[in-house]
Design a protein around this ligand. Structure first.
Ligand code: COA
Length: 188
């Protein structure tokens, strides 16, 4: 069942998804110190993490949408983070859906579960906004989640990130862009 307010926590089969606030800085520091997570999303300092958590709190307050922290709903274990951010892409405002799962918990469908919850949430609370996802073209695990969610490849965009085979961050790294297929095209 959809939550009454967009800022309410969301329950999925296995997860409790809570809008990120500054109080989640410690959880996020733990998440971002996992090697694979750090590789794809870092580098992070403790100050960066707090600033990112504060930015998410501000986004929830001003945009009415932001990322969630994900915990196992049965025992409270930290699973990851994900969900939506309002971003401007070209001349369009869109919702970007993303996911990050603790290294030791990948391969269990949690990213897809977060992504599915985000698509449902967007359809309820921001039905007029297109939903997109993007990741470095060689982040195959993340691209696989996009496909699993039924998103459609929509070309390549360039933004700061990793370039395969080259160290460090690059100002114009190629990112695979995926879009949610409009419902009138999805259903025959
Ligand atoms: C990208 C990332 C989130 C993908 O995580 P993931 O665990 O591969 O993705 P999912 O959670 O959807 O798991 C899917 C796998 O779990 C398996 N699975 C197990 N139980 C499942 C269940 N109950 N439901 C669905 N899938 C399940 C699926 O079969 C699938 O395996 P496959 O890869 O062999 O097809 C993860 O690699 C990560 O956090 N990376 C670092 C951060 C990052 O890159 N984030 C993206 C930035 S854009």
């Amino acid at each position: 069942m959809a939550p009454a307010e967009g800022t309410d926590p969301v329950l999925t089969d296995r997860l409790l998804l809570t809008p990120i606030g500054i109080e989640h800085s410690d959880d996020l520091e733990r998440l971002y110190s996992d090697p694979l997570v750090d590789h794809w999303t870092g580098p992070w300092t403790p100050l960066d993490v707090r600033a990112w958590a504060q930015d998410m709190a501000d986004r929830w307050a001003s945009d009415g949408v932001g990322k969630w922290v994900a915990h196992d709903r049965s025992d409270g274990t930290l699973v990851g983070r994900g969900g939506l951010s309002r971003v401007v892409l070209g001349d369009k405002t869109v919702l970007e859906v993303g996911w990050v799962v603790r290294d030791e918990l990948t391969g269990r469908g949690y990213a897809s579960e977060i992504g599915r919850a985000a698509l449902g949430w967007a359809a309820t609370f921001f039905p007029d906004f297109p939903v997109v996802a993007f990741t470095e073209v060689h982040n195959l695990a993340s691209v696989a989640v996009m496909r699993r969610l039924g998103l459609e490849s929509s070309g390549v965009i360039y933004r700061e990130g990793l370039v395969e085979g080259q160290p460090g961050l690059h100002a114009r790294a190629p990112f695979a862009l995926y879009r949610q297929v409009p419902t009138d095209r999805a259903s025959p």
